[in-house]
Design a binder for this molecule. Structure first.
Ligand SMILES: O=C(O)CCC(=O)C(=O)O
Length: 286
């Protein structure tokens, strides 16, 4: 069961989160737990890539294999803070562990994880070691969460990962056009950054190749929403998903991953529209 926490954000921290789209916070995590995560994840990465410090290394949903990752993702103080920020219980559903800087271009998580009602999602990024400008900190654009939610349709792109590089380029243009300036998430071991789902952020390159950048990010939705993936949705249909929630205690049985079919027009309506299009073409051609 979830252990209750009496952790409380101050009013100014709550205001900062909504003003900046991000909150840097020290939850006083147990450093022994953080070290265990590093120790247990290290052998799981591709050792050749790790040696060369090639970006792209990650472990997705390591909580299924490593109990300490689950414990950090389900930390009761973090969950209490998220509930305070959003007025709903947080539901962590994905972890990513990284050993080095990711070099991910700017994006907002609303493209990958959105909800109805919209925006009930955050990333909780935890430094497993000290992070400064030389070992690939995250970067972010303060207040960019107030921009509209850009998705593939905003840029007339197809859906899916094949078009993702074009989405990233379109976001770069928005950043230049709006003259947004970035900040670096330089934080100490054990500190966390909570970002708003619509905040533009990414990962900077590792400058010091002798170092690592161990970090864990937990992606969280909130209770009582419907969940969908705009990257894979074709307007006006939403590609809904049924996330596997990270369990509250270690004695869990994993449910089957459920992928929901995209929503569809009712069949009769679809037939009517198709026949109207067909007829229109017939009259155009005759
Ligand atoms: O850790 C990083 O460098 C970036 C992580 C990120 O962008 C994400 O999890 O959405």
């Amino acid at each position: 069961m979830r252990t209750e926490s009496n952790f409380q954000l101050s009013e100014s921290q709550i205001q900062e989160f909504y003003k900046e789209g991000l909150l840097h916070i020290d939850f006083s995590f147990d450093h022994v737990l953080l070290d265990k995560i590093i120790e247990k994840t290290l052998p799981l990465y591709d050792q050749g890539m790790l040696k060369k410090k090639l970006p792209g290394l990650r472990i997705q949903d390591g909580w299924k294999q490593i109990e300490e990752i689950r414990q950090l993702a389900m930390n009761s103080s973090v969950l209490a803070a998220l509930e305070q920020l959003f007025g709903r219980k947080a539901r962590p559903f994905q972890t990513l562990n990284f050993p080095i800087g990711t070099e991910q271009l700017a994006h907002s998580d609303t493209l990958h994880f959105n909800s109805v009602p919209k925006g009930f999602m955050v990333g909780v990024w935890i430094a497993l070691e000290n992070i400064d400008k030389d070992n690939g900190p995250i970067f972010y654009y303060p207040e960019s969460h107030k921009l509209k939610e850009y998705n593939m349709r905003s840029f007339r792109l197809g859906r899916g990962h094949d078009f993702y590089p074009q989405y990233e380029q379109a976001i770069q243009k928005i950043i230049s056009k709006k003259k947004l300036t970035s900040s670096l998430g330089e934080i100490q071991k054990g500190h966390a950054i909570i970002w708003h789902a619509n905040l533009l952020h990414g990962g900077s390159a590792q400058k010091d190749m002798s170092r690592t950048r161990h970090s864990q990010v937990t992606h969280c939705y909130f209770e009582n929403c419907k969940y969908h993936t705009p990257l894979y949705s074709r307007f006006p249909f939403k590609q809904y998903r049924e996330p596997i929630w990270i369990p509250e205690s270690p004695d869990y049985v994993l449910p089957e991953q459920a992928y929901l079919p995209p929503t569809r027009w009712p069949l009769r309506l679809r037939r009517n529209i198709l026949s109207k299009i067909k007829n229109a073409k017939f009259w155009e051609n005759n």
